[in-house]
Design a protein around this ligand. Sequence first.
Ligand code: KIV
Ligand code: ZN
Length: 392
Amino acid sequence: MKQQPNQILIFDTTLRDGEQSPGASMTIDEKVMLAHQLKRLGVNIIEAGFPVISEGDFEAVSRIAKSVKGPIICGLARCVEKDITAAAKALEEAENKRIHIFIATSKIHMQHKLKMEPDEVIQRAVASVKQAKMHFDDIEFSAEDATRSDPEFLIKIFSAVIEAGVTTINVPDTVGYTMPDEYAELINRLNREVKGIENVVISVHCHNDLGVATANSLAAIKNGARQVECTINGIGERSGNAALEEIVMGLKTRHDLYKEFTSIETKELLNSSRMVSQITSIQVQYNKAIVGKNAFAHESGIHQHGIIANPETYEIMRPEDVGFNGNDMVIGKHSGKHAIKQWLVNNKIKLSDNEISHLSQQVKSFSDSRKVISDADIFKILSKTNTNYAKI
Ligand code: KIV
Ligand code: ZN
């Protein structure tokens, strides 16, 4: 795949890291269906699973590899021989394939989890890249827990794996610990000091434990990252991963600031979000940026008036651009006469100014005791309070 200057590659890991969300497991058929949707969405790389982990994962990766043509299909592997062999086998029939190998590089992980010395970790990583090269041209290497690793060690291991033949290096904030300025500085330093960095893509992978996964990813882009790993609806381990829809719309909406673009078909964002939510049974919170039910809903009278006059008064994105059918005027206690007028127009009901004022007051007092007012509630109020309504 040819990456254009200023293009940010979107590496979707909903099927792998996303599936690691507690309770989010998906059947093989559901994974294949979602992979086709990710292709429609225009992602560049689909991380389809971790083939060695289970028969189901192996089967899902290999079915996706067989049937989804276009995007790069990627399989995850530890720096372990049998993992790399399994990934190579599962991806045999892919049109475009990548292996993603990882090993931990922080002191705490090397000592307590791997029980390996730093030099052994480098040797293992290099040996794994060499094994992977027998099956793949496209090899991504991740330094797990990179943001809690010694930057000098990261420079050493990344330089070594680049020399051994990797094409992408990934800098995961595995535990969601880093902050935007700090992460930006790390990416900037790696970009300056890793040997051979100019020949590979720098990728970022952020978790959301402190709520800054999207901010971290965008800060990294400003400092030379050219691939972002993310998931639909931000699902993933613990508090999740950076949300694909937030990164894509951040870059698009603030093009004045970033200049980078993605190949994402943004009108497919809502469909993708709904499919993931339906398959995983993980509901999207109402106020979730971009794809939440309330993302383009307005209840305050002042805002509703502004939106009716010109949507740009209170909307920085067009709802249609992410797949919604226009904005949503929610009638509630904060709504004013303008919203009621719009509601009447939408429902093809004609009332006099006096009747509109009266209806608006009735709606307000009714909504004092309710959180949200439905269309049916307004129709009920109308029929009780407006003698002409029956004739309309
Ligand atoms: O969070 C993480 O470190 C990962 C790696 C496997 C990239 O998911
Ligand atoms: Zn992760």
